[in-house]
Design a protein around this ligand. Structure first.
Ligand code: GDP
Length: 179
């Protein structure tokens, strides 16, 4: 259903984090404009876009920040996280190194800088590339649920699988935490 852009009950800042090339920009363009690009064009600086999501009887507007470009400088300041309610920690299921960087670096970065009430979701993107898979669903699920107590979903920005679901679940958890 159509939701007017400026008609919302809650506004939440959500941040996409993860190594370069894992698909953050495409997850953002998929959820905001239903677009996908095969070319990788590094975003210089920080970009954000909005998406309204229906949660129960209300409309939550997610202001989604893409850090492409920023991650190259490693060490994002607390100012960047200020007011952030949710984080999508993205890795590429075909590159184990990007998963390791979530477990060793990005999660710590979030826990060190963001508010403790923040809702975190681990996102394994490029799930369409099953023949190249390098991180099993079971390992990622175990890490998220058993070790870190964060949410988990696998997505494909290319095939548009679970992308809207991931944002909707994150925003729904944020809403339920606050209301
Ligand atoms: P970012 O650096 O994290 O923002 O990553 P990009 O969104 O720029 O994506 C990096 C590359 O991966 C681009 O060539 C995209 O076309 C590709 N890509 C992104 N998401 C997917 C996906 O779900 N499946 C596949 N097969 N390729 C993807």
């Amino acid at each position: 259903s159509y939701i007017p852009v400026d008609d919302y009950d809650y506004l939440f800042k959500v941040v996409l984090l993860g190594d370069s090339g894992v698909g953050k920009t495409n997850l953002l363009s998929r959820v905001a404009r239903n677009e996908f690009s095969h070319k990788s064009k590094p975003t210089i600086g920080v970009a954000f876009t909005c998406r309204s999501i229906q949660v129960d009887d209300e409309v939550a507007k997610a202001q989604i920040w893409d850090t492409s470009g920023v991650e190259r400088y490693r060490g994002i300041t607390s100012a960047y996280y200020r007011g952030t309610c949710g984080v999508l920690l993205v890795y590429d299921v075909t590159r184990h190194e990007t998963f390791e960087n979530v477990t060793k670096y990005w999660l710590k970065e979030v826990r060190d800088h963001a508010d403790s009430s923040i809702v975190i979701m681990l996102v394994g993107n490029k799930a369409d590339l099953s023949h190249l898979r390098d991180v099993t669903t079971e390992d990622a699920k175990a890490f998220a649920a058993e070790k870190e107590n964060i949410y988990f979903m696998e997505t494909s920005a290319l095939e548009s699988t679970n992308v809207v679901n991931a944002f909707t679940e994150l925003v729904t958890k944020i809403c339920h935490n606050r209301i």
